[in-house]
Write a protein that binds this ligand. Structure first.
Ligand SMILES: Cc1cc2nc3c(=O)[nH]c(=O)nc-3n(C[C@H](O)[C@H](O)[C@H](O)COP(=O)(O)OP(=O)(O)OC[C@H]3O[C@@H](n4cnc5c(N)ncnc54)[C@H](O)[C@@H]3O)c2cc1C
Length: 401
């Protein structure tokens, strides 16, 4: 779509950000009959990739996405967890159930999400940045945007902020609480080729290789994987960067040290508890912009998709009722919280504990679990398993068993 300086476009809904959460919100709003425009500041949806591309499969049906073959790089049989001393815990397909993972081709996936939104009638503009919100009497009424240096307006009944971790939309709307350094995971990753690993499993390394986080190895094919780590921001002392930690990890692992990087990615995710508020009159946030990344894993794609669907369907309802006031926005708040908040809180508490564990404790936990026949991978079952060999480790969590 071409625009000229000073143009005013009119839509029911304008979505800022063409990532997975924004595209799913656009898709379900358009499906319900809304006139939707998605603005994406990058010139290509899904690129460059800033992601390890690992997701579980449990959400496909719910999001009517059974056929995402072109977006899937590799289907996993399970996961292997490693302790600092090298104890291993294999979580098999049987154990993982529908939580078993796939490694996506994230750039294809994001484009697929956009394709499905366009199929329902949504319009897209790439290389187009939202630069501010239009507000009238305290209510958001649209966005100011820029395309190839030309400034124009998009007037809309509802603005959906889907602009990711660094969301400016949340700030413009005055929705944001500031993040604590302990709730930010700084990440660094290589796509490493020429490495040796079991390519049917995702691999997770716990302990001081990645303080407050973990190292991941997510296979793309037989000898290539996304090898990265996340480190709690508050544990970085300035002299050693996440890249330094990752280089050290790779150098100290025989299977990886001869690999060559074919790309590298730096980024961050918020691993905070669910925010108090992700709406204001005329505007709502979805995906990373609303800080619903799983605090335990740092994965945000699936939660963003689920919340995006709720946002799109809510948009249609609000349009039909012709209301975008504070009270109706509570409906969206309640629905996404019903779906996601319990697990986010549980995993936030689990993360707070896991971040305190030292290498010796990780060794004991993985050692204990590797000796028993785990039947599920719930927190309760894990604590029960650890209790059998190291009861002193779980004393303070007795009530969770
Ligand atoms: C290194 C790393 C590894 C990760 N690995 C995983 C993983 O394995 N699994 C997982 O589930 N999650 C992972 N995540 C998190 C995951 O990438 C995010 O949760 C996910 O991308 C969130 O989707 P989203 O649509 O909310 O935001 P994004 O995918 O960030 O999309 C936001 C979009 O908004 C656009 N935008 C921003 N500002 C503007 C503006 N002003 N105007 C117009 N457009 C704008 C951006 O260009 C971007 O395209 C990882 C993150 C990092 C940093």
């Amino acid at each position: 779509m071409d625009v000229d300086e000073g143009d005013v476009l009119n839509y029911d809904v304008v979505v800022i950000g063409g990532g997975p959460a924004g595209s799913v919100a656009a898709r379900f709003a358009a499906k319900g009959g809304a006139d939707v425009l998605v603005l994406e500041k990058r010139q290509e949806i899904g690129s460059p990739i800033r992601c390890a591309e690992g997701v579980s499969l449990s959400w496909l049906e719910e999001l009517e996405l059974e056929d995402i073959d072109s977006s899937t790089s590799r289907v996993m049989k399970g996961a292997i967890l490693y302790s600092p001393a090298g104890h291993e815990l294999k979580i098999t397909e049987k154990l993982a159930g529908d939580e078993v993972g796939v490694v996506l081709e994230r750039d294809h996936f994001d484009k697929d999400m956009a394709r499905l939104a366009v199929k329902e009638g949504a319009d897209y503009m790439v290389k187009t940045s939202a630069v501010g919100l239009i507000k009238e009497d305290g209510i958001v009424k649209g966005v100011e945007a820029k395309n190839f240096g030309k400034r124009f307006e998009v007037r809309a009944e509802l603005v959906i902020g889907a602009d990711g971790y660094e969301s400016q939309v949340g700030r413009w709307a005055g929705i944001y609480e500031s993040l604590k350094p302990k709730d930010v995971m700084t990440c660094f990753q290589y796509r490493l080729t020429g490495i040796d690993m079991d390519p049917d499993y995702t691999h997770f390394y716990m302990g001081s290789d990645a303080p407050g986080g973990y190292v991941w190895v997510f296979p793309k094919n037989e000898d290539t994987a996304n090898v990265g780590l996340g480190i709690q921001f508050s544990r970085l002392n300035g002299s050693k960067t996440p890249k330094d930690y990752l280089d050290e990890f790779i150098e100290s692992h025989e299977d990886y040290k001869d690999g060559e990087p074919v790309d590298m990615v730096a980024g961050a995710v918020a691993v905070s508890h669910p925010p108090e508020k992700v709406t204001a009159p005329g505007i709502l946030l979805v995906g990373d912009a609303s800080r619903i990344v799983d605090p335990m894993t740092g994965g945000g794609i699936v939660n963003g998709l689920k919340q995006g669907k709720i946002a799109g369907e809510f948009a249609v309802e609000a349009l039909n009722e012709g209301r975008f006031d504070e009270e109706i926005m509570q409906r969206y708040e309640e629905r996404w919280r019903d779906k996601l908040a319990d697990k986010l809180w549980r995993n936030y508490m689990a993360k707070e504990t896991a971040m305190q564990l030292d290498d010796e404790t990780f060794d004991k936990i993985i050692d204990a679990l590797s000796e028993i026949d785990l039947e599920t991978v719930t927190i309760g079952a894990i604590l029960e398993g650890v209790k059998k060999k190291y009861p002193e480790l779980v004393e303070e969590f007795e009530d969770m068993i």
